[in-house]
Write a protein that binds this ligand. Sequence first.
Ligand SMILES: *[C@@H]1O[C@H](CO)[C@@H](O)[C@H](O)[C@H]1NC(C)=O
Length: 407
Amino acid sequence: MPLGSDSLFPPVRRRSYVFITCFVLVAVTFISLLSSSVWNIRPSPYLPTGGSQETWSQNPQGEHDPYHHQYFLKGPPTERFRDNLLPNVKYITSWISAGWTNDVMTYINLIYLGFLTNRVPIVGMFTPSHIGGHVPPINFGDVFDVPRLAKALRLPVVEWHQVKNLTHGDLDELGCWNLWEAVQDREHMARRSSVPDLLKLDISYTTAPTGIKLIPRYEHDQHASFSSLAALSFPETRAENLVEPRASPYHAVKLPPDEQVLCYDYLYYVSAHQPFEFDFDFSPAWLFVGQHMHWTAELESITDGYIRRAFGTQEGQPTPPWISIHVRHGDFRNWCEGETKDCFAPISVIARRVEEVKKELLERKGLTVDYVIMTSDERDPKWWEEVTAQGWFGLDHSQTEEIYGPW
Ligand SMILES: *[C@@H]1O[C@H](CO)[C@@H](O)[C@H](O)[C@H]1NC(C)=O
């Protein structure tokens, strides 16, 4: 999970993170099984703008969907993004700049800030940082079910490709806040990201005040607080903190942070209460956004196929319930200081956690789960033998790239 390459946690803490990761992933699977019926008490801050779109938008069940992106844009993607924005709607956006898991968390933080700032989040694409630049990006909505998310949140979630025609669009100028330079001292620039170029944006950055830091003046952590970023989005605090913007890279324009499309360079390092709080029960980003994210129906169906083949489920039989574990070893070795034996959680420890999850599922949901799936980038056949000796299943990915591409 949150193991950014620029994480400044000391080695001891990092090591415990490797262990924690395994447990968290078991827990995440468990939570995803439970989260289908979530209580939503939040009143909607948005109403359909009405009249802006002729199309009455409906969700796949044929119900009227007031959070459909078309209500929050003028129409199909335009060559300049501003031509598609509704004058009475305010938006918020940001870019990703890490590995895929961190990028998902970054977009969750962005959407959560949508609530705090009373703005419609515009989410970008996922970039193939973990595979290589030759692979095209993937839209957020091709991975996560955005209409379902928006409905659960009662907050519209718009995607950049719906706002702007990214193949034929022009270069747009935009003023954004640079948080990165306010929270750390090593890099004297806004956080690097490939997303603005993909969106054809020419960004002029205004450095945010260092007061946004979650732990004031503490150089060993680089989190900003959600509330300070929310405050920066409102006119008074914004005005108090305006400094000379930096010239944009293409047109060399200097623009203050945009008032209609609020944007921040990077939102991975944002917390409400303490750094790296995502795996705590109080994490508001998880509580109010993360837990409502579901894979698209297409991904669910591909997954179901892989799982049924692994289990040997007969046609006409339902897929049995399962618990999955993802154990990432590959690059996590770098945090182990040479010796992985005492660094990675052994299978016996994971098995104990799996038993705990099984027990809880039985107690809380009356569900007996017999099937366990392990996914991992570990190549050691001995390790996999230990996995299958538990009666657990692996998935056959020998043809995945051929059929579906690199990701
Ligand atoms: C982008 O613009 C081109 C040229 O007008 C058009 O052919 C294409 O369909 C547009 N793409 C989208 C996603 O609207």
